[in-house]
Design a protein around this ligand. Structure first.
Ligand code: GTP
Ligand code: MG
Length: 345
């Protein structure tokens, strides 16, 4: 008899090897043991062990027919529209969903964020049928999205997005079944393409794509909860009247010299202890706090091209900068994950 798949993560169920994925003790189980442990005991330890190769995900998606539901965590919007997206999803229609809107300050409007996304889409030639936003485990926004899908008469949907952006949570909200697919705060929860029948047709949940050179890879599994944005931002502002440096443990250093007065606001997880020091004390600080490897990295200058701008460390957060700067220098292990943008909020 063909073995069925785990409802929560899509893996083929098996009863032979307790150490392998898909294990369950009961032939008729709906969920694998890994999903059971995540759902019932909040035991995330099994998530340490596996990631899913992105190539396999793209190959599997290529074989499916359907509109792509591209899921982007709004706190990491610049990672979401990844390079090669049109190559991997040729001739497809897209609906884009910006998740986790509740993590942004309440003053930020949907219009502003969608406007930013649209400006990025100018360089990405994909056919976008619509953009939706969702909040609070996708419960706010999912109904309107479902209505839109009905209106567009879409019968087959395929989620796509980086790991942990909220794809499975979104489907649960669309189905109005909180506990159906397995979700977790750690990446690579969904393991295989998971076919779900629903009133409108079929949705395929898919494993998250792995970000190459993600800053989060620089942290041990147990440290992730400190650096991931899991709670609404509590931005911290610093007034600057001399050269200062901000040390991001494991990740890099941003040093700035304001021309006159300037300020920098940090939009990062408030449990990630970014340290500010005077620039002339930076070396001593790094030596004392075991950040000498970061200090040793060759600095790259960022040329300020607008009066109010963000220096983004993708996956982690950003520096909101106001004022004129004589110079801005960044040292980091993954320079390709750092960018400057017009202030997002
Ligand atoms: N604050 C907030 N958190 C959310 C929202 N949607 C999802 N999350 C959280 O984001 C984390 C990841 O959610 P998942 O649905 O497992 O993400 P995924 O994209 O399916 O992840 P993979 O299966 O690993 O690719 C979970 O901790 C969710 O609770 C939201 O609207 N607001
Ligand atoms: Mg998932």
């Amino acid at each position: 008899m063909e073995k069925h798949s785990c409802v929560g993560c899509g893996i083929k169920l098996q009863t032979n090897d307790p150490k392998a994925l898909g294990y369950t003790t009961r032939e008729d189980a709906q969920y694998c043991q890994r999903c059971y442990r995540i759902k019932h005991y909040g035991d995330f330890a099994p998530l340490k062990k596996h990631s899913v190769p992105s190539d396999e995900v793209f190959q599997a998606i290529a074989k499916l027919e359907g509109t792509i539901l591209l899921v982007i965590d709004v706190t990491d919007i610049d990672s979401g529209l990844f390079t090669g997206i049109q190559r991997h999803c040729m001739n497809r229609d897209f609906i884009i969903v910006l998740t986790k809107f509740d993590l942004l300050p309440k003053t930020v409007t949907k219009q502003r964020i969608v406007g930013y996304l649209m400006s990025k889409l100018r360089d990405v030639p994909i056919n976008v049928l619509g953009v939706a936003t969702t909040s609070h485990q996708a419960k706010q926004g999912a109904k309107a999205l479902v209505q839109e899908i009905k209106k567009l008469k879409i019968k087959r949907l395929i989620t796509l997005g980086y790991a942990n952006m909220g794809k499975s949570t979104l489907i649960n909200a669309m189905l109005e079944k909180d506990d159906y697919l397995t979700i977790s705060p750690y990446p690579h929860t969904t393991l295989e393409i998971n076919q779900i029948e629903w009133a409108q047709g079929i949705i395929f949940d898919t494993p998250g794509i792995k970000i190459e050179h993600s800053f989060t890879d620089l942290f041990a599994f147990d440290e992730l909860e400190k650096v991931q944005i899991r709670k609404a931002f509590k931005p911290k502002t610093y007034q600057l009247d001399s050269a200062q440096a901000f040390v991001l443990p494991n990740v890099g250093i941003v040093s700035v010299k304001p021309k006159d007065k300037a300020s920098i606001t940090l939009y990062f997880s408030d449990q990630y202890s970014i340290h500010r020091t005077k620039f002339d004390r930076l070396e001593a600080y790094c030596m004392k706090h075991e950040a000498d490897d970061l200090y040793a990295i060759k600095a790259r200058r960022i040329i300020q091209d607008q009066p109010i701008f963000d220096i983004v460390f993708k996956q982690l957060g950003w520096f909101y900068c106001v004022g004129e700067f004589e110079w801005i220098e960044v040292k980091t292990v993954y320079f390709d994950q750092v960018m400057q943008r017009k202030a997002l909020i």
